[in-house]
Ligand binder design. Sequence first.
Ligand SMILES: NC(=O)C1=CN([C@@H]2O[C@H](COP(=O)(O)OP(=O)(O)OC[C@H]3O[C@@H](n4cnc5c(N)ncnc54)[C@H](O)[C@@H]3O)[C@@H](O)[C@H]2O)C=CC1
Ligand SMILES: CC(C)CC(=O)C(=O)O
Ligand SMILES: [Mg+2]
Length: 370
Amino acid sequence: MTTYKLLVLPGDGIGPEVMAEVEKIAAFLTYEGFVKFEVEKGLVGGSAYDVHRCAISEDDMERAQAADAVLLAAVGGPKWDNVPYELRPEAGLLRLRKDMQLFANLRPAICYPALADASSLKREVVDGLDLMIVRELTGGVYFGEPKQIIDLGNGQKRAIDTQVYDTYEIERIGRIAFELARKRRNKVTSSEKRNVMKSGVLWHEVISALHVREFPDVQLEHQLADALGMQLVRRPKQFDVIVTDNLFGDMLSDVASMLTGSLGMLPSASLGERNATTGARKALYEPVHGSAPDIAGKGIANPIAMISSLGMALRYSFNMDDLADRLDRSIARVLEKGLRTADIAGGATKTISTSEMGDAILEELKIAVH
Ligand SMILES: NC(=O)C1=CN([C@@H]2O[C@H](COP(=O)(O)OP(=O)(O)OC[C@H]3O[C@@H](n4cnc5c(N)ncnc54)[C@H](O)[C@@H]3O)[C@@H](O)[C@H]2O)C=CC1
Ligand SMILES: CC(C)CC(=O)C(=O)O
Ligand SMILES: [Mg+2]
């Protein structure tokens, strides 16, 4: 059996709390012989800054590059508000994404039937929702240069961020979206703001040409990003795959999370290009949420986004769709039983802690795999 190298980066705030639940599941899968994980642990974010005075050490960067998959929970928090900008916790995550060239961020938003009433929207709007946001992750305004604050010397300062996209960056993320759509409901919605941004003009042009050239069988529509935000809360089930840039994808996926009940539900996969010879690709799996400093240390965070991120690793890095399906079904079963962390609680449900939720999912998984 192949041994997979897994680098675990718990990070900050609720990160270690939700990662502990994934570690239980990974240990179970290894113990039972379903998969052989060789798990290493590292530091990222504020926890790395406290030890190394940087947001990720060179040593951990090397281990991330060598891993078959990286699992990361979350970084950041008020403790590090005053560290130099280049050393802030989020810089560690951005460096991992950039240096590992993880350009494709897949953020599925699925409303589990048992949670249709936990959403802030009406049941009929979200029940059965299953959409996929494909966010470009290594370009755009998060990385464009110049990025600086200039002192104008007259008591004024000027802040500059730069949105940059090249044709190849748009093309490769578009290709991921079209390919995913072919395995789903065959529809892609591309989103930008070509009415005010040149990058939006190029985005629209490149996606349209790619569609005609390589994916004429897939339905393509374009929606301006502001209107798409509105449609996401108005009629989200119209969407199958949404492809968009780094910033819009970040924002729209937080919006989409509330359709599923909570930000604590949304996993993600960040993928690089496939190696043409081996078929392997660099990958990092992380929840969409952050370090949630407001609830950190209380043992009440929802670990489902983190656990589902392991599910995505089984699917996209280890070719174990069946096991991933069983893990997803175990999560669904626990929710059907009315077990809830505080963020998705309500009605006749039982509120449980982070570790109780992890244990409940593990118990269901034990049944599902035997
Ligand atoms: N990928 C990452 O590591 C990310 C890191 N961040 C960082 O996290 C820190 C906090 O950012 P916020 O804006 O507060 O966003 P956040 O995502 O950490 O929290 C937003 C809200 O959602 C709740 N929430 C998030 N995850 C939850 C979970 N698993 N269970 C239950 N409730 C959950 C929080 O309690 C909070 O009320 C910042 O330093 C930010 O930069 C933010 C987003 C992503
Ligand atoms: C660098 C991260 C903190 C940005 C973010 O919010 C995200 O990727 O979801
Ligand atoms: Mg975000």
